[in-house]
Structure formats: C-alpha cells, structure tokens
Design a protein around this ligand. Structure first.
Ligand SMILES: NC(=O)c1ccc[n+]([C@@H]2O[C@H](COP(=O)([O-])OP(=O)(O)OC[C@H]3O[C@@H](n4cnc5c(N)ncnc54)[C@H](OP(=O)(O)O)[C@@H]3O)[C@@H](O)[C@H]2O)c1
Length: 344
C-alpha cells in the first residue's frame, strides 16, 4: 500500500513519518510532498532517505491513503482531487471538520463515524482531541451538561516557524538583543497571550469556536454547553487544559478516577502526597494523554475539576491521523466515492 504525506516537512508531517515507522504501519512505499520551497529536502524513514517532492495535481499516482498536513488551502484544493482519484484522504486541517457529511474521528471515541465516510476523513483540532480523550469516557457514564475550560497551548501548535520564533526570541531576550517577530502577534518569550487566531463578532477566537463545535460533533451531543478561553504559553510542545465539568448527575472523584484509569490512550497521574501532576514536559513525545487533579467543585453540584495534558503533535495530530488510517485499514476501507465502498 503506497502512502503519501502532504506537508511532510512541517512539524505534524515529520511526526507522521516517525509514527508510521514506530507503529510499523503496513505500507509498500512512503511518498512525501511539500511546497516548491522544500522540494529535494531529504527525510529519513526506516533508515532510508526519502526526497521530498513538490505537490502538484498529478502527484497521486497509485497512492492508497493520503495524509494532508499542510493547512486549509492545500486541503481545500487537493482533498477533492485525491478523493476523485479513489484515494482515502485523512485531513489534519480544519477545512472539512464542520462539514456534516465528513466524519471527524478520534478512534478511541467514535470509530463508528468512519462508516459514513465518502473518501475524506477529518482528524480533529488538537485541543479538542486532548480534552475529549479525558471527557468522552466520563460523558459515556454520566452525560456532560456544561464544560468551562482554559487551554495553555504550546508554540508547536502554530507550526515549525512558531517553535523557532519562541526559541530565537527567548535567546535574544536573555542576551539583551532586539528580536524581530514574523509569526506571533505579541512578544512570546516570558509572556503569554490569547490564541492568535481571528476573533469573531461574539469575541471568540477561531480556536475556541473549533473546540466548541468539534466537541459536540465528536460526542454527538448538541446539548452540551461549552465555554473555553484558549491561551498561547511559552512552551515548545504539548497543550494543557484546565476543566470544570458539570454532569447531569453526581460523580464522585473516586468513580471518575476509576473510569479514567481504564480509559484507552489515557494515563491517570494523581500523586497528591508528592504534589506530582502532569506537565507539558511529562507529556511531550508521549502517545498517552495525561490526566489528574480531579476535584469535586466545592460550590457547584454534579461538577468536577480536572487537568489534562497531551502532546498535540502526536495524539493531537500525527498519531490520531495514523490511528484513523489503521482503523480504516482494519475495517477494510480504502476508498469510497459516490457512495460505493471499495475494500481491499
Ligand atoms: N501543529 C499542530 O499542533 C497541529 C495540530 C493539529 C492539526 N494541525 C494541522 O496540521 C497542518 C500542518 O500544520 P503544521 O503545524 O505541521 O504546520 P507547519 O509546520 O507550518 O508545516 C506546514 C507544511 O505544509 C507544507 N506546505 C505549505 N504550503 C504548501 C503547499 N502549497 N503545497 C504543499 N505543501 C505545502 C509545508 O511545506 P514547506 O516546507 O515547503 O513550506 C510544510 O511541510 C495544518 O493544517 C494544521 O492546522 C497542526
């Protein structure tokens, strides 16, 4: 099975290559695409060099599964072309996520949504994915009524250039040198600021709107009320989220811990004695999402507070996309266009 990655030189694309290798994804050939800027760059996969090709409309010969990790515009243009060519597209951009006809999948949570795919499958927003890995198992037991959240998001969530900017600006700050920013709108070293995506008329940033919409779509529950404030923090990798979650009935801390201890893809990290709770450094490079600090809200009934941390380049992006491909392969789905299922 020939597999393609578009955006292979980006932070998510590079992680995808490593995830495919680490999980020994069954493929015959890996083809890597980027823009003309990176054509000819050499990337390593299973000890071999792969030369990056410039993406164009004739790029997809014989490819069975195509991962798109190059932003909304590339997905908008190339996903339908690949879909028409009978390729199964797994898209990490936000472009198709709001389309009711496109499944938005976290394999541990809603693998059944894959059945309705028509050749394109969306992988969700990184903050939504990390948050839902902890909330979905709780929601399944006692339905969630309302979520109030604040996120602490890493630089790599904004791509490779944002990571470099944080490193460069921190170095310049410590050396007392001036620094010219080109990615982030505010000073980033020793600072934090509200998520740098556009703000709508109601005052919500695009990132906040994505988390709200995608939570309802993935949990298949339109009644959940959700309020979130997304913040960029000077962390290189892994997002953290503080959550206050109201359920339709009472939930003891012990009961919630018991459920989360058994939840797939999640590790409960609760060491109150040693004051040891998850940090972004703990979660970096880890497939598992870390969760802890589970407390009863002292003033509001049926409500728990919790803390969730996850590597947004892995479970929040590359790992989730590869898991979707694994699940699709397991189900025998390779491509489906115009309603006819092609299996193999
Ligand atoms: N970063 C995250 O934590 C995260 C999480 C979830 C989802 N996502 C999504 O994943 C996608 C990639 O994000 P990223 O953070 O990896 O960004 P990135 O580090 O900036 O990488 C972007 C990639 O897209 C390629 N690219 C840009 N324009 C292209 C074009 N016209 N044709 C072909 N390739 C093109 C770039 O190639 P060049 O090297 O040639 O510029 C690079 O490989 C985005 O859709 C993003 O929303 C990111």
């Amino acid at each position: 099975m020939k597999i393609g990655i578009v955006g292979a030189t980006g932070v998510v694309g590079r992680e995808m290559i490593q995830v495919l290798e680490k999980r020994d994804f069954p493929l015959s050939e890996l083809v890597c695409f980027a823009s003309s800027k990176s054509a000819g760059v050499s990337l390593k996969f299973k000890g071999k060099n792969i030369l990056v090709k410039e993406l164009n409309e004739h790029s997809f010969n014989d490819i069975k599964i195509l991962f798109l990790a190059a932003g909304r515009k590339v997905s908008e243009h190339y996903a339908p072309l690949a879909q028409k060519a009978g390729i199964l597209v797994i898209d990490s951009s936000s472009f198709f996520r709001t389309d009711p006809a496109i499944p938005l999948v976290i394999p541990e949570i809603n693998p059944h949504a894959l059945a309705s795919h028509k050749g394109i499958i969306s992988s969700p927003n990184c903050t939504a994915t990390i948050m839902l890995m902890a909330l979905a198992p709780l929601h399944r037991k006692k339905r969630i009524k309302r979520i109030v959240a604040a996120s602490y998001q890493a630089a790599s969530g904004a791509g490779a250039r944002a990571m470099e900017e944080l490193k460069g600006e921190t170095k310049a700050f410590l050396e007392g040198n001036p620094f010219e920013r080109s990615v982030m709108p505010y000073p980033y070293a020793f600072n934090l600021f509200l998520h740098n995506s556009a703000v709508n008329d109601e005052g919500y940033s695009e990132e906040e709107t994505k988390v709200i919409f995608e939570t309802k779509k993935i949990l298949e529950d339109e009644t959940i009320a959700l309020s979130i404030t997304c913040v960029r923090v000077p962390v290189l990798r892994a997002h953290s989220i503080a959550l206050n979650v109201e359920f339709h009935e009472s939930f003891s801390v012990e009961e919630a811990q018991e459920i989360l201890r058994k939840a797939p893809g999640l590790t409960l990290q609760e060491d109150r004695k040693e004051m040891r709770f998850a940090t972004p450094l703990d979660a970096s490079m880890q497939d598992t999402i870390l969760c802890g600090r589970i407390r009863q809200d002292l003033y509001h009934p049926n409500t728990l507070d919790l803390w969730v941390v996850g590597d947004q380049l892995l479970k929040g992006a590359a790992l989730n996309a590869v898991q979707i491909a694994e699940e699709a392969t397991k189900l025998g789905i390779t491509s489906k266009t115009s309603g006819s299922l092609v299996t193999g």
